[in-house]
Design a protein around this ligand. Sequence first.
Ligand SMILES: NC(=O)c1ccc[n+]([C@@H]2O[C@H](COP(=O)([O-])OP(=O)(O)OC[C@H]3O[C@@H](n4cnc5c(N)ncnc54)[C@H](O)[C@@H]3O)[C@@H](O)[C@H]2O)c1
Ligand SMILES: N[C@H](CO)Cc1c[nH]c[nH+]1
Length: 431
Amino acid sequence: MKITKVTEDAVATLLDDLLKRSPNNYTGYADKVQAIIDDVRERGDEALFEMTKRFDGADLNADNIRVTQAEIDEAYTLVDASLIEVIRKAMTNIRVYHEKQRQYGWFDTTPDGTILGQKVTPLQSTGVYVPGGKAAYPSSVLMNVIPAKVAGVEKIVMVTPPGKDGKVNPGTLVAANEAGADEIYKVGGAQAIAALAFGTASVPKVDKIVGPGNIYVALAKKAVYGYVSIDSIAGPSEILVIADETANPRYVAADLLSQAEHDELASAILVTTSEKLAGKVQKEIEDFTQVLSRKAIIEKSLENYGHILIASSIDEAVEIANAIASEHLEIVTTNPFEVMTKIRNAGAIFIGENSSEPLGDYFAGPNHILPTNGTAKFFSPLSVDDFVKKSSIIYYSREALAAKKDDIIQFAKAESLTAHANSIAVRFEDK
Ligand SMILES: NC(=O)c1ccc[n+]([C@@H]2O[C@H](COP(=O)([O-])OP(=O)(O)OC[C@H]3O[C@@H](n4cnc5c(N)ncnc54)[C@H](O)[C@@H]3O)[C@@H](O)[C@H]2O)c1
Ligand SMILES: N[C@H](CO)Cc1c[nH]c[nH+]1
């Protein structure tokens, strides 16, 4: 990994570099994704089957695209009982955390006879995307489905790519069954997003699509936004570590690599005030990479989007972190809680040397579906909020309306909207 001293130019180049990974900059891919979406919209299932053959190597048809109960039962025989226990423990933590996000309706009444309030209603149907190209993600099943369940979504439709054998990873199926997905379809990529957005003979249209995925998935979600709602752009993974001389270089290196292994487009950045630490982390990364199973992906991702920056102070490191707005941010300094208070932009913040990023990926409870590519400046982690909508409630008694009628009529006339004014006035005509 390159080591660079922080200068204005170095940071500008790095930001430019990182933005190359943004779905906004992938015009070549965007055209391809749009063609996939148009094809699914036009030819429905036929297009899904063809693309699943082309991109995933699996033969699908109307009889096998939906996962059956028999396949789920079979998955339970293939997954270690101890892993099922771990999945259940993680589910408990994720549920408890998301229960705290629940929002309830409220009503305010006043003595003059008005009631104002907000009604919270779960979405009727949601599509959840669970990635499955370069790795299997049972943990992303839990992170997608549990908040939807907590919110009370009626129908949760899960999509995930099949393997060449036309089957879904058994761990993914077990997690889906445990978490309570209602329907599961073996389709991935942009074609799966298009199917959920427009519906096909086999895959139902939903109201909202959530979940992470590779660049094809991220671009497809962006393209169908407006036909359906989406959560955020949760694309290729990212980590940024702020560390001072007290950090353990082996831990820092291991955590950076944990995200680099996701994807050639993943990014891993260390911003440190210590040149000594920078050199040690660089060496640890080289050593670890040689023995890690996803060496090829890691090398590509670090070559393109791996950086070690030397900052002159922790405040400068914080400034850089806020500008990058990383999906995951680790703070490994002498005063990590103080540093945390200065962070504006990050999907999830991990504090202190024991809070390694994979703790959040699997187990702690907060959602691991997080905004990427600088979108943490305006997007939030997936949460129960994503699965509800709100309606305003208004009630006025005759007396309350009488007291306000002249104000409302004046306002309506000022907008030259006489029908508006009339709808108030008509209620007070002399009989
Ligand atoms: N931000 C988050 O919260 C978060 C969480 C988990 C995973 N992730 C990211 O999700 C991604 C998972 O990626 P993945 O590839 O393993 O699985 P994926 O399911 O996202 O993508 C696989 C699908 O991509 C499509 N595809 C692949 N090559 C294609 C091509 N040349 N043309 C058209 N379509 C093509 C295929 O349809 C395939 O089924 C990674 O980038 C990982 O970092 C992000
Ligand atoms: N790190 C990913 C979010 O970018 C989530 C994940 C799932 N499994 C392992 N990690």
